[in-house]
Design a protein around this ligand. Structure first.
Ligand SMILES: N[C@@H](CCC(=O)N[C@@H](CS)C(=O)NCC(=O)O)C(=O)O
Length: 215
């Protein structure tokens, strides 16, 4: 079995790093520097023509998009470990949250990052594909993005009312969604209105694989 992981620190690839750490799957890491333009080099564009990390190559097949990678790794390595549901309606629920977090939540978060009036780290850095020049960042669009994020957080908070983790017991859904929520919180979103989310984030952070990575 061969598994290659294309990674960059402080990027969406950290979610895949957490998933691989939870699963304990052997893999080779190829670290890229986005700011130096590694993701734009022809050899990486052959792996991911979108010029983005994460990407994995499993036994010669390339998979990109973090949601697809989490679902794939979960299906292949996570079912026996009880970190991903077997083929059942629960599997559908897992897919629902993972796709939602990338398509709806991260989309709103991405708008927020790109339009933030404060030029800062991450996606707003010059040279990033997502960088928007300061004169093109509109306050009203930023506020709309923030409202969309808060609406998503309310949906997550309500879902967490029922149970401690997203699917009841801890699963790769929590690993994945907490990564996106953590990135959005790093932009200074106030979580005090969302006590269930705060407690969920803290429980996720106590997972040995995630706690080890934070040290
Ligand atoms: N939808 C993609 C997003 C991946 C993405 O945006 N990656 C960023 C880092 S967070 C990237 O590689 N950016 C390269 C660049 O900005 O040049 C996924 O979930 O995998």
């Amino acid at each position: 079995m061969s598994l290659i992981f294309y990674y960059s620190p402080m990027s969406t690839a950290v979610i895949t790093e957490c998933v691989l750490a939870e699963l304990g799957v052997d893999h080779e890491v190829k670290q890229l520097n986005i700011q130096s333009g590694d993701t734009l080099k022809p050899e990486f564009l052959k792996i991911n023509p979108n010029a983005r990390v994460p990407a994995i190559v499993h036994d010669g097949t390339v998979i990109w998009e973090s949601a697809a990678i989490t679902m794939y790794l979960g299906e292949v390595f996570g079912v026996k470990e009880k970190l991903y549901p077997e083929l059942s309606p629960k599997r559908g629920e897992a897919m629902k949250w993972i796709v939602w977090s990338n398509v709806t939540l991260a989309e709103a978060g991405g708008r927020m990052a790109a339009l933030s009036p404060e030029s800062g780290a991450g996606t707003t850095e010059t040279k990033s594909l997502d960088w928007v020049p300061p004169e093109m960042r509109f306050e009203v669009a930023y506020e709309k993005a923030k409202a969309d994020v808060l609406n998503c957080f309310k949906i997550l908070e309500d879902a967490l009312q029922e149970q401690g983790f997203m699917l009841g017991a801890y699963s790769l859904v929590d690993t994945h969604v907490q990564g996106i929520v953590g990135w959005i919180c790093s932009m200074g979103v106030d979580l005090s209105l969302f006590p269930k989310m705060m407690s969920w984030l803290s429980h996720c952070g106590q997972r040995p694989a995630l706690a080890k990575m934070q040290n």
